[in-house]
Write a protein that binds this ligand. Structure first.
Ligand SMILES: [Zn+2]
Length: 367
């Protein structure tokens, strides 16, 4: 295995102070210095406000801060490396963020909010929100290019079998073979690069899978490898440049280089992680967990330093405020204010995400 250039002990040495943590982020995001002003875009007009005592400055509230702030000569605006990122407006020390990110990027099975809470001494709500913000950065942009080449497509089911529920469990027993708890997931694996993209889908019929696949894959130039499921052998197969499948029922798993083994490998790791680390993932948040696993799986050839750099590169333009996330999931010790509750009512996850993105794009957002 390659020598890992970023470990927790080496990071602890590198970012001994909060100012060091800012510097480290500046290196990752800007290669040291901002290319231009984050407000007006003016190039060559930005300078670092140096603390008079060399270490920290007094903030408006009178506290001492080691935050590194940049100023623009053109628009007189101030900004820092956190501006417009998932860290924007955070009250958590940047050092803590970096430790959690490195932990999360290197932990093969992911991290639970409980672990972050215990390890870093933050509240459950903070831990939960930090992890979701990091997951947001791990999410591939909507405009990321389409996959092409040889792609394995396969689907799996995540979630408990209703059959195993306690007989007094009030939830309705689902219909059909799998019951209502199982959530189907479609994963697409690029056999050349190892990139994975996964999507929660309502069902696994060809009619449902086709538009999802077309959103991710340039079908006309792609050779699809799947199992013998009828979902793929119809329209999907006709739209692809070529389609080849293995028949698991006949104990056929690899034939002339055709298989779904990479997708199966991904699924087994995903399930182990959900069972072992998160225990349960709700329907509402499954897509975010998938994004996290896709990111980690797709970057598995990188060392942790490269992986963290890749993550930080995706950080600008992503903001996620607490409110859109918290319809029902955040561990809350205090009840939300009535006004807050009303504003959230009726938002689906997609709408909430869209609102968060819109706010980020408009430079607003409440975190
Ligand atoms: Zn400016």
């Amino acid at each position: 295995m390659a020598k890992n250039s970023l470990t927790i002990p080496s990071l602890a040495l590198k970012i001994a102070t909060e100012a060091d943590a800012y510097k480290f982020l500046e290196e990752l995001r800007w290669d040291g210095e901002p290319d231009g002003c984050l407000h007006c875009g003016e190039v060559g007009a930005t300078y670092l406000i140096r603390p008079q005592n060399g270490v920290s400055r007094k903030t408006r509230t009178g506290n001492m801060s080691e935050r590194r702030v940049w100023k623009c000569r053109a628009c007189k605006g101030q900004f820092s490396v956190l501006t417009g990122t998932i860290f924007h407006g955070t009250k958590i020390p940047v050092r803590t963020w970096l430790f959690v990110i490195v932990d999360m990027c290197s932990a093969k099975n992911g991290m639970s909010a409980r672990e972050v809470e215990r390890k870093y001494g933050v509240t459950p709500k903070t831990a939960w929100h930090m992890l979701h913000r990091i997951r947001e950065a791990m999410t591939l942009e909507p405009l990321a290019g389409l996959m092409r080449g040889t792609i394995q497509a396969d689907e799996t089911w995540i979630g408990g079998n209703p059959k195993n529920r306690h007989r007094k469990d009030p939830r309705e027993q689902g219909r059909g073979k799998w019951g209502s708890d199982k959530m189907p997931v479609l994963s697409l694996v690029d056999t050349a690069t190892g990139e994975v993209r996964s999507r929660v889908v309502p069902d696994v019929t060809g009619a449902t899978l086709l538009p999802v696949m077309r959103g991710q894959v340039d079908m006309a130039v792609t050779t699809l490898h799947t199992d013998a499921s009828k979902s793929y052998t119809g329209t999907i197969a006709r739209q692809a440049k070529a389609h080849a499948y293995v028949t698991h029922e006949r104990d056929e798993y690899v034939r002339d280089g055709v298989s779904t083994n990479m997708a199966e490998g991904y699924f087994s790791q995903l399930k182990r992680s959900i069972d072992g680390t998160h225990h349960h993932v709700s329907r509402e948040h499954l897509q975010r967990y998938l994004n996290e696993f896709d990111f980690r799986y797709s970057t598995c050839e990188m060392d942790d330093h490269e992986r963290v750099r890749t993550l930080i590169e995706r950080v600008p333009g992503r903001r996620l405020s607490y409110r859109p996330l918290t319809r029902s999931q955040a561990p809350q010790r205090t009840a939300p204010k009535p006004q807050q509750r009303r504003r959230d009512a009726g938002l689906t996850l997609d709408e909430a995400m869209e609102r968060a993105h819109r706010q980020a794009a408009e430079g607003r957002g409440d975190v």
